[in-house]
Ligand binder design. Structure first.
Ligand SMILES: [Zn+2]
Length: 182
């Protein structure tokens, strides 16, 4: 049995950078139960992983956003469907696609309101997360829409793309705002 529970929680919290209350909840059996001495013993730990991620065939999509603030779609060379997010092959007829420039504007097709965001957009909550159809594309893309007043979000609302000043080449590099607020 863990003798000094408070001290154990304090050290564990410091070690894995998780609030004591959450560790206490996760390890309540070990802390307050009466496990057999042969029962599997679990301990709090953490794992940091760094890695390279490859965008493969859609790399140009992210380079154009990062370097040129340009949104591209991919157009099927057979059926003409324009994909966004882009596909190197058409999802419907499997023919190769070619890059085309898309417009700066889009339309909200459906949306929800985010109150608990990820760290990247934490300071923007609450905000709208929408499926938008970008002008020139046939498919929908999920992106954040930042409105001065989220109560004004509407299906059919026209929105305009905005790019982050310091772009990394990822989906957080751009978002949308109401066209009338630009
Ligand atoms: Zn096609």
């Amino acid at each position: 049995m863990i003798q000094n529970k408070e001290k154990w929680l304090e050290l564990a919290s410091k070690k894995i950078k998780v609030p004591k209350e959450l560790i206490e909840k996760a390890f309540k059996d070990e802390l307050y139960g009466n496990p057999s001495i042969d029962a599997p013993l679990e301990i709090p730990d953490s794992m940091d992983i760094t890695y390279k991620y490859s965008y493969g065939g859609i790399s140009r999509f992210f380079r154009e956003i990062r370097d040129n603030k340009q949104l591209l779609g991919s157009k099927c060379t057979h059926c003409g469907k324009v994909w966004l997010p882009p596909r190197i092959n058409c999802n419907e007829c499997y023919a190769p696609t070619e890059w085309i420039r898309l417009g700066d504007t889009a339309e909200i097709i459906t949306y929800t309101i985010v109150y608990y965001g990820t760290s990247v957009f934490y300071d923007k909550t609450p905000y709208v997360c929408a499926f938008v159809r970008v002008d020139g594309a046939d498919t929908l893309i999920m992106q954040n829409v930042f409105l001065k007043d989220i109560r004004k979000a509407r299906i059919g609302m026209k929105v305009k793309i905005q790019f982050r000043d310091e772009r990394n080449g990822d989906m957080g590099d751009f978002w949308y705002v109401p066209a009338e607020e630009v």
